[in-house]
Write a protein that binds this ligand. Structure first.
Ligand code: ATP
Ligand code: MG
Length: 451
């Protein structure tokens, strides 16, 4: 098997060889090359010790020197070069607690998680595939290198990684590997939120987010996202639905574009349904208030998983307004909806609504999709006309009000908000002269304050 290495990777391997060491491209980049996918980054493994790697290259960065990793810089591009090593137990971080360097490539491949990730390549030796990774790629199988229970005991994150790779590659998980996950899933509680978050996001934005079902089936969800298990177990007897809340969630995940905030929003949009469920006299389930409660729960969950504030804000906003349906669909009513929901929810909200509908039953599906299309069309029309939708587009600013004699303070915000309401009702009124005239006439005056 021949892999076309990027020129810089070949150059690094060549330099190391010229200095008397062995070096290979290794791990994800070899796997992706075999699969005909474009590798995200190229990792290199070598018999040279970190200090020796530094001596060979002009410009290096000590990335994880105690774990054997040096970044070699070639024309502003960095390549991680790691010494062959045998890992001790992994701690909560990205790296094992203690490592031992070795001169054997095979030992380095043996410490890697799955057979498909345990192949190395250079032009001289060709593919080094000590654990049948190539065959597992052909068969589409995620299989541990060595004994799965031992490997998952060393590092519990590998269990979630197995499902993540299955989702990214459309592979199945080998039977013994799966059994070991089911047995050892509770160990994931010892893994840091940051590491779990990274794997969960990769799984969600993959071509097979339905692997969330495997996250549930294996018991991983009970540990990292028990709220998803509750959704999987929540029936919803309602003409608009088929399947449990969790199944609906998975179908909606498949129907939304593979963008982090959108996939997270779909994952969590109905998270409060199990808590909000009531049953009427005909046995139909209702879920009053689940979007607002869901936004609250989403915030907690995403905080727990250490997501950044921007992601948390965007996702929670979408969860909160995922069920908001302005009616009738006129420009004025849509402008009110945009004001109510917040401009930042758009146009993502249309993707969320569409995916939500696609994950529901066929009942009224066509009509519901048509409604979303019309809603979007009107939204786009409003954008095209550059109508004012938030304070930043208002023709009057706080300093205009101060120039007109108002004292700086909370009242200014209140007046601007009332002006915005006026402009939402009538876009033609978004002119400084009109709004200031109304201001002068006392239209925005509060009963309990004078200006
Ligand atoms: P991606 O395309 O997502 O980067 P990758 O296979 O490169 O996938 P990384 O997390 O970048 O995954 O890890 C690079 C390589 O290091 C893996 O291919 C694997 O050989 C090894 N590896 C990474 N994490 C672990 C782990 N927790 N246990 C054992 N080996 C690991
Ligand atoms: Mg990688």
């Amino acid at each position: 098997m021949k892999i076309r290495l990027p020129e810089k990777v070949s150059a690094i391997i060549r330099e190391l060889k010229n200095a008397g060491y062995d070096a290979y491209a290794v791990g994800g980049c070899v796997r992706d090359s075999v699969l005909g996918r474009t590798p995200q980054d190229w990792d290199i493994t070598t018999s040279a010790r970190p200090q020796q790697v530094k001596e060979v290259f002009g410009h290096t960065i000590d990335t994880g020197i105690q774990h054997g990793t040096v970044t070699v810089m070639l024309e502003h591009e960095g390549f991680e070069v790691t010494t062959y090593r045998i890992d001790g137990e992994y701690e909560d971080a990205r790296h094992p607690k203690n490592v031992e360097f070795t001169s054997e490539l095979r030992e380095d491949l043996k410490r890697r998680d799955f057979t498909i990730n345990a192949m190395a390549y250079n032009d001289e030796a060709g593919l080094v595939d000590a654990f049948d990774g190539l065959e597992d790629i052909r068969r589409g199988v995620i299989r541990c290198v060595g004994n799965p229970e031992d490997r998952f005991t060393e590092d519990a994150l590998r269990m979630l990684r197995a499902v993540r790779f299955a989702a990214q590659l459309g592979f199945g998980i080998e039977e013994n590997t799966r059994k070991a996950i089911v047995k050892l899933a509770p160990n994931l509680k010892r893994i840091s939120a940051e590491r779990i978050q990274a794997e969960l996001v990769k799984l969600l934005v993959s071509p097979h987010p339905e692997e969330m079902l495997a996250v549930y089936d294996t018991g991983i969800a009970d540990v990292i996202l028990p709220e998803f298990s509750r959704m999987m177990e929540c029936q919803q007897n309602h003409p608009h639905h088929r399947g449990t809340v969790g199944e609906h969630t998975v179908w909606s995940l498949q129907a939304v574009p593979p963008v982090k905030a959108l996939r997270l929003a779909m994952l969590l949009h109905d998270v409060a349904k199990p808590l909000c469920r009531t049953e009427d006299s005909r046995g139909i389930h209702h879920f009053h208030g689940h979007p607002v409660k869901g936004a609250e729960m989403s915030r907690q969950i995403l905080r727990r998983l250490k997501f950044d504030n921007d992601t948390i804000r965007r996702v929670c906003l979408l969860v909160k307004c995922h069920d908001d349906r302005p009616y009738p669909l006129t420009e004025k009513v849509v402008r009110r909806a945009i004001l109510r929901n917040g401009e930042e929810a758009y146009p993502d909200l249309f993707e969320v609504s569409r995916a939500d509908i696609l994950g529901q039953s066929d009942y009224m599906k066509k009509e519901k999709l048509k409604y979303v299309d019309e809603y979007r069309r009107i939204y786009e029309e409003i954008c095209r006309k550059r109508q004012c939708l938030s304070l930043k587009d208002l023709a009057v600013t706080g300093s205009d009000l101060i120039s007109a004699g108002m004292k700086p303070g909370r009242e200014i915000g209140d007046v601007l908000q009332k002006m915005l309401n006026d402009v939402i009702e009538d876009p033609e009124a978004n002119r400084k002269d009109i709004l200031m005239e109304r201001f002068g006439q006392g239209r925005y005056r509060q009963t309990d304050c004078t200006y």
